[in-house]
Design a protein around this ligand. Structure first.
Ligand SMILES: Cc1cc2nc3c(=O)[nH]c(=O)nc-3n(C[C@H](O)[C@H](O)[C@H](O)COP(=O)(O)O)c2cc1C
Length: 248
């Protein structure tokens, strides 16, 4: 935890107890308390990079690989966290964060519960959008495509690498279902601990991976004066990628 008294120009206004907060909470509560707070005034001018549609990789997976590696090198927290947007058959959308656990030229893999709300959307409407935002690099990547379940073998390969508690958690949680008390969840966890105390924990039948198979990528680089660079790749009928620039 970082303590920073100097962040607050007029500490008396806020109260001494705030000095015990972490830097992130400090900034937040200071902003909340400041007379100057006005969300409409929060803005950043992006200046860190540029993206030219003539200089990007011809293949969007290669471009993603370059950007993802740069994001990792930048030590961005939760660098593989991404928004997953799905929609039901009526077009009602929903979005949530998931973790990107693998990618290659076949697609982008995340893991979840196959009975969850997102999975129910995907059963009837197997299309999704992914969004990664790397603030320190002033970049976002948008990916749209068809979604398929990966094989149970592939899911189990990953499942085995998870910490034991996460494996048990996957067994214990009926993700997205209503639950009357947290204690039921904790009991389910303890029950699973007992059930699987000897030997390898099997893959829960309702748990596994999905692969988003992209037909569109957008690479967005923030620029000054809101004149951002947007390079889009669209999959063509002959499986080649068409690259276009979009207006910001
Ligand atoms: C940073 C972050 C990463 C997450 N990663 C996953 C994930 O990889 N898989 C998952 O099922 N839920 C993940 N979650 C929880 C989901 O956001 C969500 O609450 C859960 O999957 C239920 O979503 P649903 O009810 O829309 O299906 C993550 C949440 C956060 C904040």
């Amino acid at each position: 935890m970082i303590f920073k008294e100097t962040l607050v120009p007029n500490p008396k206004k806020i109260g001494d107890f705030l000095f015990l907060l972490s830097e992130a909470n400090f900034r937040y509560i200071y902003t909340m308390n400041s007379e100057k707070m006005n969300i409409a005034d929060i803005r950043t001018d992006y200046k860190k990079g540029s993206l030219d549609e003539h200089e990007v990789e011809k293949n969007p997976f290669d471009q993603f690989n370059i950007w993802f590696k740069e994001a990792i090198r930048s030590e961005i927290p939760e660098v593989n966290a991404m928004t997953l947007a799905t929609a039901d058959t009526n077009g009602r959308p929903s979005a949530r964060m998931v973790l990107l656990k693998n990618y290659d030229d076949k697609g982008f893999v995340f893991f979840t519960n196959y009975e969850s709300a997102k999975s129910n959307d995907l059963k009837t409407n197997p299309h999704a959008a992914l969004l990664l935002f790397w603030e320190p690099l002033e970049r976002q990547v948008r990916i749209v495509g068809r979604v398929e379940k990966i094989s149970p073998i592939e899911s189990f390969e990953y499942f085995k690498t998870r910490p034991i508690d996460s494996q048990l958690g996957a067994w214990a949680s009926q993700q997205s279902s209503e639950i009357s008390a947290r204690s039921l969840l904790e009991k389910a966890f303890v029950d699973m601990l007992e059930k699987f105390k000897n030997g390898e924990i099997p893959l829960p039948p309702q748990w596994g991976g999905y692969r988003v198979i992209p037909d569109e990528f957008e690479f967005w680089q923030g620029r000054s004066n809101r004149l951002h660079d947007r390079v889009v790749y669209r999959l063509q009928d002959d499986n080649s990628w068409k690259i276009v620039r979009l207006s910001p």
